[in-house]
Every structure is written in structure tokens, then in C-alpha cells.
Design a protein around this ligand. Structure first.
Ligand SMILES: Cc1ncc(COP(=O)(O)O)c(C=O)c1O
Length: 409
């Protein structure tokens, strides 16, 4: 009801038809996007919104970049064939693979492109099973790795995502955000008590689980224990990767390297990036018709990385990440009874409220004020604007949030 008051006519029409014919997914608010520019999106009714979530980190370079438009234009000459480098080769695939390997640690030397993040996770765990056999895999409380059955088995984010579905053999253990957590060595204890797992999969900063950075010691311990027992360690960089945290990959904050990592969202396609050791290296063992999504997606992914390098967007993620962090910490000092925690890395910041209701009111009122926000975890607001954001746009959004927080009861 609340939403209907401020949706435009064309949006209302699209929402109504969608609700009638499409299966409900995760629609957050009645916004039907037409176009965008910089950090702003325009809906089909001409309303302009400032974006503080980058479509869950999928649009790190913002909207309407002329060089991306140039890539799209170039395909108008050759056609948009649905070919992505599985049964045939395409230059777009190898160019993106070579580029991805340039920005990842040297021990990762093989790439498989996939349609989505979840499909990247499926393939990452398949790589591990091939070496270790069908043992249990280990993941962490509040993790999110996707909604396909394999990826979902290692997800522990919301009950609604999992109920009714069977699970692949898994063990869930505690995700430690504090170096002094007594459970920090749980993995080794689990291995001693039960058996070595097929793999360990972890987000160095949990996304859907509430924008929670892992403790340094926790990630280092996971790396030491998995090395000691020869268990592949998979870092899921689907939300936190691609420069979002102020480094290309969030694990770089922890001075460790994975055996396998998964990428998605801002890369425009999914990807598994693996060390040679875990490359399945057998024709037909892994593939899919639309693996890399599309030649256009692969080309846009490459251009996205090039733009990030050229425009030094990782530097900006650090500078503006510090700025956002400072502003939200100040806000927390002013409203400690409403904002209970501010945390994050780079431009992946979680602002945690006292309760879920307060957080949801902020999301809804922000939308009314043409600011796009999304929640995560139980009661956290995710702050993840495009990495191009500057102080002017940041201030505009922060003022909207502060006004809403001030009025919260
Ligand atoms: C950390 C992480 N892994 C995996 C996924 C699944 O990606 P997709 O939605 O593209 O299947 C997501 C999506 O939010 C994610 O945040």
C-alpha cells in the first residue's frame, strides 16, 4: 500500500503485469528502470534515483558509461549471437580470461566462465570434489553462496531460501568476526573429530549475511588449516570482489590466497578462477551452452575492468569508503540508540540498526526520497554505491539517511 502512493503510472503498470505473470523473486521496491547515468538511475516514469547499492554490487562503474555504450554499439555491426565460448571459441572469452588472470594472484591460472554467481559456485565445488571425492564441504553460519541446490546447501542466510530443498553433504561452522573468538580454530577441531572435508568455502566479508568482515586471524587460520590438510579453500568474491572493498579481491585484505575463487556481478558474467591443481582438465567435464553468458557480456566485463583501472576506481573506493565510514560513525555517535554498529571494507559498508523494523523504515523512506538502499543480514543497511561516487552525491544520500534516522521512533 505504502509503495502505491509514490509509484508513477508506467511503473505501476509494469509492476502489476509482472506480479500477474512472473514468479515472485526478491523485488525490493516498485522501481522499473529505464536508463541511468553516473550514480543515478531513471525509471520509466522519468523519476531519478540516487543508487547506494549498485544492484547488489553488480554495477560498480555506475550507469551509462560512454565506453560501455561504445562496446554495445560495436556489436550492432556483427550481431548479438548467443555464443559465449563453450562449443566454439570467441575472442571475447580469451580476452576477458587473460585480463582476469592479470588482476588475480599468480597461483590462480585457469578460468571458467559461467552464467551466474551460483553457477560459478557450483563449478568451484565440482572442481574440489573431483580431487577430494564426495566428502562433506564446509561453510559458515550466515553465508550466502547462491540458490542452486549445491550452492544453497552451503548457504545459511535466510530460512525461506532453504526450506523444502534437499542438501548436498555439508558442515556449517561459526564465522568469526573477532580475533579473540574462542571458536576461531573450529575447522581443525572438526577435521580431528570427523574427517577432512572436500573443500571450505567462505566470503571474507559476508554479503547477504550482513556486510560482516571476517577477523584477520580467522581467515589466516582457515588458510593454514586447509593447507596443512590439503583441503581446497574457495573464496567467494561474487559480491565483495571487483574492487568493491578497496582491493580487487577482498581476500587481499587478509594476505592470503585461495586455491579457487568465484566471481560474478560486476564482472557481468560468473567465473571460477582456479589454481592449476584443481583444473578438472578433462574435455566435457564442465561446460554449459551459455557459460560466459554472452559475447556481449564478456566484452562488457573486460571493458568494466579497463575502466576501473583507467579511472582508478579502486583508489576511489578507498577514499570514499573512508569518507562514508567516517560519516556513518559520526551518525552512530549522534544516534547510538538507533544505529548499533558501522563496519565494512572500502565501499562495502554495513550500518546496523537496533531492530529490523527501523532498518526497513529507512529503506522505504529512502526510496520515497529517491535514494536506493537495500538491507542485508537481520537488521543491517548495506551501503554499496557505485565506485565512481564523489562527495557531492555521497552527501546527498547521507543527508537523506540522517534525516530519516533522526525522525525514527
Ligand atoms: C557472495 C555471493 N555468492 C554467490 C551469489 C550468487 O550469485 P547469483 O545471484 O549471480 O547467482 C551471491 C549473490 O548475491 C553472493 O552475494
Amino acid at each position: 500500500m505504502f509503495w502505491k502512493i509514490f509509484s508513477g503510472r508506467k511503473t505501476k503498470n509494469i509492476v502489476k503485469r509482472t506480479k500477474k505473470s512472473c514468479i515472485e523473486t526478491t523485488f525490493a521496491y516498485p522501481l522499473a528502470i529505464k536508463t541511468g547515468s553516473g550514480c543515478f538511475l531513471e525509471d520509466v516514469d522519468g523519476k531519478v534515483y540516487l543508487d547506494f547499492n549498485s544492484n547488489v554490487c553488480s554495477c560498480n562503474i555506475g550507469y551509462g558509461h560512454p565506453e560501455i555504450i561504445g562496446v554495445l554499439r560495436s556489436f550492432s555491426e556483427v550481431g548479438a549471437h548467443k555464443i559465449a565460448g563453450q562449443d566454439f571459441y570467441t575472442e571475447e572469452q580469451i580476452k576477458l580470461a587473460e585480463k582476469v588472470l592479470k588482476i588475480t594472484p599468480r597461483n590462480l591460472s585457469r578460468v571458467l566462465f559461467t552464467n551466474s554467481g551460483a553457477e560459478a559456485v557450483e563449478n568451484a565445488i565440482k572442481f574440489a570434489y573431483r580431487k577430494k571425492g564426495p566428502l562433506a564441504g564446509v561453510s559458515f553460519f550466515r553465508a550466502f553462496h547462491g540458490r542452486t541446490i549445491g550452492a544453497l546447501s552451503f548457504t545459511d542466510s535466510k530460512a525461506v531460501q532453504k526450506k523444502y530443498y534437499p542438501e548436498v553433504n555439508n558442515e556449517l561452522i561459526k564465522y568469526c568476526t573477532d580475533d579473540n573468538d574462542p571458536d576461531i580454530n573450529q575447522l581443525e577441531e572438526l577435521i580431528k573429530r570427523e574427517a577432512e572435508p572436500a573443500f571450505v568455502i567462505v566470503e571474507c566479508i559476508q554479503g547477504e549475511g550482513g556486510y560482516r568482515p571476517a577477523s584477520k586471524k580467522f581467515i589466516k587460520t582457515l588458510r593454514e588449516v586447509t593447507k596443512k590438510h590439503d583441503v581446497p579453500l574457495i573464496f567467494d568474491e561474487i559480491q565483495a570482489g571487483m574492487g568493491r572493498t578497496g582491493k580487487w579481491w577482498s581476500f587481499q585484505h587478509y594476505d592470503v590466497e585461495p586455491d579457487i575463487m568465484t566471481v560474478g556481478k560486476s564482472l557481468q558474467v560468473g567465473a571460477v578462477v582456479s589454481s592449476k591443481k584443481y583444473d578438472p582438465n578433462e574435455p566435457g567435464a564442465v561446460s554449459s551452452t551459455w557459460g560466459g553468458g554472452h559475447r556481449i557480456d564478456l566484452a562488457v566485463g573486460l571493458k568494466t575492468i579497463e575502466i576501473m583501472e583507467k579511472e582508478k576506481l579502486i583508489d576511489n573506493a578507498n577514499i570514499m569508503g573512508d569518507y562514508f565510514m567516517k560519516r556513518f560513525k559520526e551518525m552512530q555517535e549522534r544516534y547510538p540508540e538507533k544505529i548499533v554498529d558501522v563496519r565494512g571494507l572500502g565501499l562495502m559498508i554495513g550500518v546496523e540498526f537496533n531492530d529490523e523494523k527501523q532498518r526497513d523504515i529507512v529503506v522505504q523512506k529512502a526510496f520515497k526520497n529517491k535514494l536506493l538502499l537495500l538491507g542485508c543480514g537481520f537488521k543491517t543497511l548495506r551501503i554499496a554505491p557505485p565506485l565512481i561516487i564523489k562527495e557531492d552525491d555521497a552527501n546527498q544520500g547521507i543527508s537523506i539517511i540522517e534525516k530519516i534516522v533522526r525522525e525514527l521512533r
